[in-house]
Structure formats: structure tokens, C-alpha cells
Design a binder for this molecule. Structure first.
Ligand code: XLS
Ligand code: NI
Ligand code: NI
Length: 442
């Protein structure tokens, strides 16, 4: 097999003093941090779509990348095989343990649905062989139910039940593929599950459709004994003006309404969080608080651009508090940090794909060191505990235990002349503490 990245050898850990730009400075996979290896904490995954299925085209211009398997006029199945060879060579050399795909990333759509299924089955056979050979694991599979014109008005939320049926058939087949490859999760990102205008949209009906669709997914998961986690990936808009899975809180309300809150968790993408008007840490905390934290699409946006730029994460400052939130929530179980990231269009040398991932993995690894230090550093968690200490006292317990109501408290405040004095929130002091922790991370 000819190599696609002949100039890159497997990426090694060389430590923080290394000047080798294709070596890890922080990601030392076997290093133990808080009782677990870095590899097991971070569970890195590479995405197939931006890294291998995309040729660098955007709405203003043609592809810029050297991805021979995307050339027009080639034999689609031969191209899919060539793409898969290059992808697994990349995965293996990079040393991330997981990857993720859409059905249509790994296998071309056929002329009929039956042909599409056969194409996918054939490529799943090849993926299985590559996985056995390399030890790579599947973090999640997902169905691409947003690209084809048939899905322009949505998949599960389409006004036409035949489109719903088509999406259901596609998801069923993709769940089978994910199960065959031992996927740890199955993701649903509602690419066109939303609306462009309410003038032509019955929103309540579409939400009921989506509720029914996701119940079918969960029923099927149990029917086939898939033991991975079903994940919804929230995003507020893009491609539609309004997407139903707007943010984690919205998804939680939706799951409650359709009886799915114990069955489905969320896959939180960093820049989707920003686009929804929150930040990434807020989305993580919301998910952890509701018990639906599943996995992360690790990337970053651009402060000037209001869309999903999918850049590689590169800020330890930003990511440390996110990893801290995840660790406080118990860490990943089936999820991981999946790089839903793409190169800039001008990054067209083959090894740029390595540079993007190496930097991102180092950013996350160093953030893990900071987060672990913050966890072990009693000052930060102690500040929160102290702030809420009153709630373990008699008054706090009576209130939260439901023993008192407004009239009781009215009487209590009068009788005891309760007149609390405000106390400092200490925000700047705590922020400085975080910065000091970042400075000393080794
Ligand atoms: C798009 C989403 C997409 C999902 C997978 O914005 O991030 O890439 O992760 O369908
Ligand atoms: Ni994503
Ligand atoms: Ni995205």
C-alpha cells in the first residue's frame, strides 16, 4: 500500500522542551493524571468528514486540498477505499484512539437506497479490517441526513412523511453499521431539523415528529442491543435559521417532553455553544447538572465570525475550565473529545492535517493537567462550598426540605429580624488562582 503521508512518521511524545512541531509536548498518553491515563481521560477522536471527505471548497471557491479521492469522474467505491486507506494511515500515525464518521463520508450514495446500503456495507467491511489491523476504535457513527435535496426541508421534521421514512431507513442502517464496528455512541445532529420561516411551518407538529423519530431510534437501539449512548448534538442555527436542538437546556426540555431524558445525552460542540449565546463551559455545566452529559466535539470559533468555523482548539485558557467542568462531572464514560475541526482552506500541504491535530491534542492535554490541578487545589472547590454553606444549616434545610412557605418565612424574618449582609464573590481572586494554576502546569 503506498503511503499518503510518506513524509510523516508516527507522532511521538517528546515533552515540553521539544522544538519538533510534529511531536507531542503535552500529550503523553500513558501519563497518569488523577488515577487514569491521559489517553483514557481524553479519548481523542478524529472526524472523517472535514479531514478526508472535504476538499477545501467553500461557497465562494473550489477545493484547494490535495485529496485525490474527491476528483470528479472517478469510480466512487475505488475512491472511498483510497480515502479510507489514507484516513487509517493518518489515524495510526497521529495516535488518537478513535474516529467518527457519517455514513456518506465512508461510502458514496448510490442511485437507489438499496445501492447506498450495499455501498455502506462494503465499506464497513473495509473499516472493520482496518480497525482490526490498527486497533482504532469508533467513537460514534452518524447519518448524513441533511446534504441531499430530499432533506432540504428537514429529515425527521419534514412536512412529508415519506422523507421521514427515508431518514428513518437511513438511520436504521447507519445504526447497524455503528453497532457492527463497536461504536461507543451514535450521534444525531439535526442538520436541517428546524425552519426557515414560520409562514410555512407547523412547529408543534414538527417537534412531535422529531419526538417520535427519536423514540424510534431508542426503541431500535434496545431491539438490536446496541450498548453505546445515543447523543443529540445541539446547535442553534446554521444551516437553518432556527434549529430545534438549539442548546443543551432546550434539548433537555425536549427530552423530558418526549420521555427520553434517561435514554439520550448530548454531544456538545464548543463553537455551537458560543453560537447559541452561551459559552462552552455553560453548556457543559448545564448537561452535567441535568445528567445528560455525553461527549464533546472539540473545536473553536472565531470572535469576528458568526458561524461554525470549526477551527482546531488552541487555547489552554479556554479549555482548562471546560476540562475542569467535565472532571467535576465524573469525566467521560462513552464520550470523548472528537475533533470536529477543519483546516483553513489555505492549509493545503498534506502534513497540515497533522499540525492541526497535534496542536489540538496538546492543548487538551495541557488543559487536563490544569484541570486536575484545580480539582486537587482545595481553594477553588472550597470557595464554592463556603459560599453555599448556609444551605446545610437549619434555615437552608427547612427551605429546601419544603417545611416552610412564604408565610412562615415572613414570620421568621419579622420575629428574628433577619438582615443578611452581602459577602464578596471573590471573582477576581478566583480568576487569578486559575491563571496561576495555568502558569505552573507541567
Ligand atoms: C455541524 C456538526 C456536524 C456534526 C455531525 O455543525 O458539528 O459536523 O458533528 O453531523
Ligand atoms: Ni459537530
Ligand atoms: Ni458544527
Amino acid at each position: 500500500m503506498t503511503e499518503f503521508f510518506p513524509d510523516v512518521s508516527p507522532i511521538e511524545y517528546e515533552g515540553p522542551d521539544s522544538d519538533n512541531s510534529l511531536a507531542f509536548r503535552w500529550y503523553d498518553k500513558d501519563r497518569i493524571v488523577l488515577d487514569k491515563t491521559m489517553e483514557d481521560h481524553l479519548r481523542f477522536g478524529v472526524c472523517y468528514w472535514h479531514s478526508f471527505a472535504w476538499n477545501g471548497s467553500d461557497i465562494f471557491g473550489a477545493g484547494t486540498f490535495d485529496r485525490p479521492w474527491t476528483a470528479e469522474g472517478g469510480d466512487p467505491m475505488a475512491q472511498a477505499a483510497q480515502k479510507m486507506d489514507a484516513a487509517f494511515e493518518f489515524f495510526e500515525k497521529l495516535g488518537a484512539p478513535f474516529f467518527s464518521f457519517h455514513d456518506r463520508d465512508i461510502a458514496p450514495e448510490g442511485a437507489t437506497f438499496a445501492e447506498s446500503c450495499a455501498n455502506l456495507d462494503a465499506m464497513v467491511d473495509q473499516a472493520e479490517a482496518h480497525m482490526n489491523r490498527t486497533g482504532m476504535k469508533l467513537l460514534w457513527g452518524t447519518a448524513q441526513a441533511f446534504f441531499q435535496p430530499r432533506y432540504a426541508a428537514g429529515a425527521a421534521t419534514n412536512p412529508n412523511p415519506e422523507v421521514f421514512a427515508h431518514a428513518a431507513a437511513q438511520v436504521k442502517h447507519c445504526m447497524d453499521a455503528t453497532q457492527r464496528l463497536g461504536g461507543a455512541n451514535y450521534v444525531l445532529w439535526g442538520g436541517r431539523e428546524g425552519y426557515e420561516t414560520l409562514l410555512n411551518t407547523d412547529m408543534a407538529h414538527e417537534l412531535d415528529q422529531l419526538g417520535r423519530f427519536l423514540n424510534m431510534v431508542v426503541e431500535y437501539k434496545h431491539q438490536i442491543g446496541f450498548d453505546g449512548t445515543i447523543l443529540i448534538e445541539p446547535k442553534p442555527q446554521e444551516p437553518t435559521k432556527h434549529q430545534y436542538d438549539y442548546d443543551t437546556a432546550t434539548v433537555y426540555g425536549f427530552l423530558k417532553k418526549y420521555g427520553l431524558e434517561d435514554e439520550i445525552k448530548v454531544n456538545i460542540e464548543v463553537n455551537h455553544a458560543t453560537l447559541s449565546g452561551h459559552d462552552f463551559v455553560h453548556e457543559l455545566a448545564t448537561a452535567v447538572g441535568h445528567g445528560i452529559f455525553g461527549s464533546v466535539d472539540a473545536n473553536r470559533g472565531d470572535e469576528q465570525l458568526g458561524w461554525d468555523t470549526d477551527q482546531f482548539p488552541n487555547s489552554v485558557e479556554q479549555m482548562s475550565l471546560a476540562v475542569y467542568e467535565i472532571l467535576r462531572g465524573g469525566g467521560f464514560t462513552t464520550g470523548g473529545f472528537m475533533f470536529d475541526t477543519k483546516l483553513r482552506r489555505q492549509s493545503l500541504a498534506r502534513d497540515d492535517l497533522f499540525h492541526g491535530h497535534v496542536g489540538a491534542m496538546d492543548t487538551m492535554a495541557r488543559s487536563l493537567l490544569v484541570a486536575a490541578d484545580l480539582i486537587e487545589n482545595a481553594d477553588l472547590s472550597g470557595a464554592v462550598e463556603d459560599r453555599y454553606a448556609g444551605w446545610s444549616g437549619a434555615l437552608g434545610q427547612k427551605i429546601m426540605g419544603g417545611e416552610v412557605g412564604l408565610a412562615d418565612l415572613h414570620q421568621d424574618v419579622l420575629d428574628n429580624n433577619i438582615d443578611p449582609a452581602p459577602v464578596s464573590g471573590r471573582q477576581e481572586m478566583l480568576e487569578n488562582l486559575v491563571n496561576r494554576t495555568i502558569e505552573r502546569a507541567r
